[in-house]
Design a protein around this ligand. Structure first.
Ligand code: NAD
Ligand code: DAU
Length: 335
């Protein structure tokens, strides 16, 4: 099989390629990535030397490059996106361009080249926000209610994907997943930011009252979910993927990290809240569990400990990532 992976130099895309190359060594992987601040070819350095991986340095909004890359491809797995909510608040335009226009360019090319499957990687943020005491959770039937420019751009891309399935008969699947964590995550997101700050002896910035709730999904569990959807998922269907069954708020997550690293709560710092901050996400992943047999392989605590170990062992990787332009971003975001 020949796959086109978009955004394969980013966090989840790179984890997907590393997993796929190991478990499907006969497949050919084309990896199209623009290498924005979040794209890093070092994430793929551990690919086996014989891996059938070709890197294409291109922007998914570039129709000519996309058509060339898709010709002859069986399956497209679409990760490429602007992915950070805070950046979407300070500068929304790249989100609309990459997430909406870029997805549309890919869809057009998929129809023209008759790809057998377009798999779209989306987010639970399209569903909006739940209150802390709300008994409801997000599932495949939840009405869309995006509340940040990032979430709105991802919702727009989801709608386009479904419209192309209905209108042009494009064989699609979608996964809406929760907050990923694990190796190679850019340290602008809460868990890698917290781990690396603590390892540097710096404080962890906690937005607002810290009682915001996310559903946490280990990246390898997510990658296996996508594999199952590609292999056994029903064409046209959406699957929600989450990692937890019980709420845990940001303060509790940070406290766990501090405890594992043997540090005290003096390394937390309450900072200005995110505008329009979604209070709570909660995922119901019954469908993918019942229909495809997927479930997380370990508990959150086990995966968190493994993740912390990875960041401890890969200081060089994150020290390089946290140098240069990252410093300007951090200064602007946290003052
Ligand atoms: P990331 O920001 O780490 O990586 C994004 C990758 O896309 C980078 O390599 C970047 O260079 C590339 N890219 C950006 N714009 C591009 C363009 N115009 N053309 C080609 N490449 C481009 O993101 P991630 O966390 O790996 O997320 C991957 C996907 O998963 C995204 O679609 C995101 O919306 C979705 N998602 C992420 C999470 C999460 O917790 N990280 C949760 C749910 C869904
Ligand atoms: O829910 C899935 C989404 O998860 C993905 O679609 C996004 O691509 C991904 O970025 C992530 O979005 P969040 O906004 O939930 O993730 P982030 O790591 O930025 O924040 C997680 C929570 O932690 C959120 O409540 C905000 C809070 N936070 C975040 C940062 C960066 C802090 O308290 N301090 C921080 O410094």
């Amino acid at each position: 099989m020949r796959l086109l992976v978009t955004g394969g130099a980013g966090f989840i895309g790179a984890n997907f390629i590393l997993y796929w190359a190991l478990n499907h060594p006969h497949d050919e992987i084309r990896n199209m990535d623009k290498l924005t601040y979040a794209g890093n070819l070092e994430n793929l350095a551990s690919l086996p030397p014989l891996a059938k991986h070709t890197f294409i340095h291109a922007d998914i909004t570039d129709s000519t490059a996309v058509h060339k890359a898709i010709a002859g491809v069986d399956v497209v797995v679409h990760f490429a996106a602007e992915s950070h909510v805070d950046r979407s608040i300070s500068e929304p335009s790249p989100f609309v361009l990459t997430n909406v226009v870029g997805t549309h360019v890919l869809l057009e090319a998929c129809v023209k080249h008759k790809v057998k499957r377009f798999h779209h990687v989306s987010t639970d943020e399209v569903f909006g926000s739940l209150e802390l005491n709300d008994p409801r959770t997000f599932n495949e039937k939840t009405i869309y209610n995006p509340r940040s420019p990032y979430a709105a751009s991802k919702a727009g891309s989801d709608h386009l994907v479904r419209a192309y399935a209905v209108t042009y008969g494009l064989p699609i699947t979608i996964t809406n997943c929760s907050n990923n964590f694990g190796p190679y995550q850019f340290p602008e997101k809460l868990i890698p930011l917290a781990i690396t700050n603590i390892l540097e002896g710096r404080k962890v910035p906690v937005y607002g009252d810290g009682r915001y709730v996310r559903d946490w999904l280990y990246v390898e569990d997510h990658v296996r979910a996508i594999e199952m959807v590609l292999e056994k998922g029903k064409e046209g269907e959406t699957y929600c993927v989450g990692g937890l069954t019980q709420d845990i708020n940001n303060l509790a997550v940070i406290k766990k990290i501090l405890a594992i690293l043997g540090k005290g709560e003096d390394l937390t710092e309450f900072v200005k809240d995110r505008p329009g901050h979604d209070r709570r996400y909660s995922m119901d992943w019954t469908k993918i569990n019942k229909e495809l047999g997927w479930k997380p392989q370990h508990t959150f605590d086990e995966w968190l400990a493994k993740t912390i170990e990875w960041y401890r062992e890969h200081k060089e990787w994150w020290t390089r990532v946290k140098s240069g332009a990252y410093k300007d971003y951090y200064e602007k975001q946290y003052g």
